[in-house]
Write a protein that binds this ligand. Sequence first.
Ligand code: HEM
Length: 442
Amino acid sequence: MTTYSKPEFLFGHLRHFRRDQIGFLSQFADATEIVPLRFLNKQAYLLRDGEHIHEALVKQSGKLHKSPALKNSTKNSLGDGLLTSDDPLHKQQRKLAQPAFHARQIANYADTIVAFTDRYLARWGAETTLEIHEQMMLLTMEIIAKVLFDADVAGDAHAFGNAITTSINATMQRINSPLARFALTPKQRQAMRDGKILDDLIYGLIAERQASGNNNGDLLSMLLFARDEETGEGMDIKQLRDECMTLFIAGHETTANALSWAFYLLAQHPEEWRKVQAEADRVLGQTRPTFEHVKALTYTDWVVKESMRLFPPAYVTSRLIREDVQIGGKKMKAGEVLIMSQYLMHHHPAYWEQPEQFNPQRFATDRTIKEGYFPFGGGVRVCIGNHFAMMEAILILARIAQRVDVEWIPNQHITAHPAITLRPEPGIQLRLVARQLLPTLA
Ligand code: HEM
């Protein structure tokens, strides 16, 4: 029988979890039964069965709330936006934001994605060595600001990126050490200073749009011009800020990680990279990728899915039980916590053959939560940007594959760092060399 780390008298499993989240969770790698845990005096359960996770995220989601740990620790950065709010606010706000993510709307974003990728390709030139995670962060940030807020942040992307990293580090400190919520540590102080840079950006965009009175049809206009059906009132400025900030941060950080891990894996598996390039050549020929091409870029789609299996950007998710539930025959009480880990499920030997192997082909058959795969969560709280993120990642990968060769730089020691998302530390160095192009290539 497997022996798990024992709870400490006062802290329960909290200190072990804080020290090494992935290591802590990985001790339950083979378990399929529900694992009881304790964080301080809080009873928690780790769900290890796809059916149980489906039950929690999809079937019984009405009895669950977002976890207070996430809410409290992101109060200053994300506030009460879509990611952290609960019903009835969440339901109302999701309805308002949803049209920005409808299939017809996201098709319009494809040209921006490719045009902005081309700016980076031009900057990289004929041959370069670069840190791909940083480049993907900047690129996806510029894209999200353009498509959701019609803003060009290219000039300030570095400063915003640094501010977001500071904010994430401070958030992690607050999650891992609840005392940090009340103490002004240097990290928290830095986060407050940097938080102002991001606040100024978002409030500035809102004020500009209010002053212009223009309805651009983008997300910012949708939220700004939305009126309550009963009272006719618009959203207050703080709520607008929280929604925009949430979408700005959640809308690029995760996709950038997914892309970075895809490059990490592809550069170390040149035979897979050649398949992505061959597909790009076959499907795109010499033309720029468009929304219409995405469906035909099947192998690239599998590569993105397989990269998110091995390195899920959102690696753990939790819920507070609001009303007693029964899952997998186990009764759980209101006030207790459910933990579900994409990282664990995506590596679970009961669900995946040779789980540690990079094998995009396995996604020739789609996988569901019940089958151990949920990079975008599920149910009513499923990621609002899932289709957009997939399209964006596929277009960026395909465009880069069409234009450059990617080479791995040996002797790098990269680890998956569990910040709010799974980041590659200390970054990924790659060599990029422009492919021999025909002069007519668009
Ligand atoms: C590869 C990229 C992405 C991954 C892996 C990802 C993952 C996730 C996951 C797992 C959740 C659910 C969290 C939970 O159940 O507690 C979520 C929610 C969310 N995501 Fe994403 N996401 C990605 C891209 C995006 C993009 C591009 C946007 C916006 C443009 C976005 C905005 C959001 C928002 C607003 C929520 C909260 C939805 C709600 O609760 O109604 N995400 N994401």
